[in-house]
Design a protein around this ligand. Structure first.
Ligand SMILES: [Zn+2]
Length: 154
């Protein structure tokens, strides 16, 4: 559709550095994060904050779909693993394969296992061992750290 252009603009078209661009996306500076997240999201995702229990509408989300990282969009949890924990935080008994990473968190005078996005390392919540079958794990997530996409129904 385009008319003849001079072609000058194509000189620096990205070719081999597409993977670099992708990596760059996940290595945002603190300023970048502040720019693309709400203040509450920034506090949770990038400063290991915790949202007020019961404050996320995702507590009541019962539809089929996928919960992904609010920081980078990586799919993290399927609605098939969501359960009502009664804690006031969206809870799951298993993440999607390879979606998350964990680290030991010794803050607040207790040892907990911190959960973060495997791609952008944003803090998501904690995982406990008092969850339901089949895994016995309880991924206690901050709803503000998640974005929900309803599954397409046909
Ligand atoms: Zn992420």
């Amino acid at each position: 559709m385009a008319q003849h252009s001079s072609g000058d603009l194509e000189a620096d078209a990205p070719t081999a550095d597409a993977p670099l661009d992708e990596r760059h996306e996940t290595l945002k500076s603190e300023d970048d994060w502040r720019h693309c997240l709400s203040p509450d999201q920034f506090r949770v995702l990038r400063q290991h904050g915790t949202e007020r229990p019961g404050s996320s509408p995702l507590n009541y989300e019962k539809r089929s779909g996928v919960f992904s990282c609010a920081g980078c969009g990586q799919p993290l949890f399927s609605s098939a693993t969501k359960f009502e924990s009664g804690t006031g935080w969206p809870s799951f008994w298993a993440p999607l394969p390879g979606a998350i990473g964990t680290s030991v968190d010794d803050s607040h005078f207790m040892r907990r296992v911190e959960v973060h996005c495997a791609r952008c390392h944003s803090h998501l919540g904690h995982v406990f061992t008092d969850g339901p079958a089949p895994t016995g794990q309880r991924y206690c997530m901050n709803g503000i750290a998640l974005a929900f996409q309803v599954a397409e129904t046909k």
